[in-house]
Design a protein around this ligand. Sequence first.
Ligand code: COA
Length: 161
Amino acid sequence: MAERLEPWGEGDLPLLEKLLGDPAMMEHLGGPESPAQLAERQKRYERLAESGIGRCFKIIDGSTDEAVGSVYEIGWSVLPPFQGRGIAARGTGLAIKVARSERKHRFLHAFPSVDNAPSNAICRKLGFTLIEETEFEYPKGSFMRCNDWRFDLFAAHNDAR
Ligand SMILES: CC(C)(COP(=O)(O)OP(=O)(O)OC[C@H]1O[C@@H](n2cnc3c(N)ncnc32)[C@H](O)[C@@H]1OP(=O)(O)O)[C@@H](O)C(=O)NCCC(=O)NCCS
């Protein structure tokens, strides 16, 4: 299956609701966000590209043009019916290519919960290096045990798929 990334857009609140408003999807991320939080996040994502501080993409299924997930700096989520097909790994690989071509930052970090087996598998598979296990505050006021995975965007040997 061929995916492509597109910048997060003004009409993407429904996708955000399905990704970050769903209790099952947010099991490792401090629980679902409220409608007010989602609306606020949507505004932030819309402004992100022009702010220069980050990028947010949606993952589009190339065969149907349907939006099936997101990749941001750098975390990932994919709608339940589309999970287990390698979409998160390939979408993240595409985002890594964008970040590498910009040559703005050397290191990309991901902080999946230690219990999030698929996310840790994605980091390992894409060539991230495990730095350490650490405590991370996300969302604010809630602490979780995370792995700090680091990807060297300048290293020639890293070939993200
Ligand atoms: C995490 C998430 C994005 C994975 O999406 P996905 O498209 O199903 O992931 P992929 O298919 O690309 O890859 C998952 C990998 O994890 C592996 N995996 C899945 N479940 C696993 C498990 N329980 N134990 C070990 N490995 C597992 C898969 O085998 C696959 O590796 P492979 O391709 O080498 O076989 C998706 O589950 C999700 O959106 N979860 C909710 C949001 C979330 O927690 N996001 C992560 C924040 S860090």
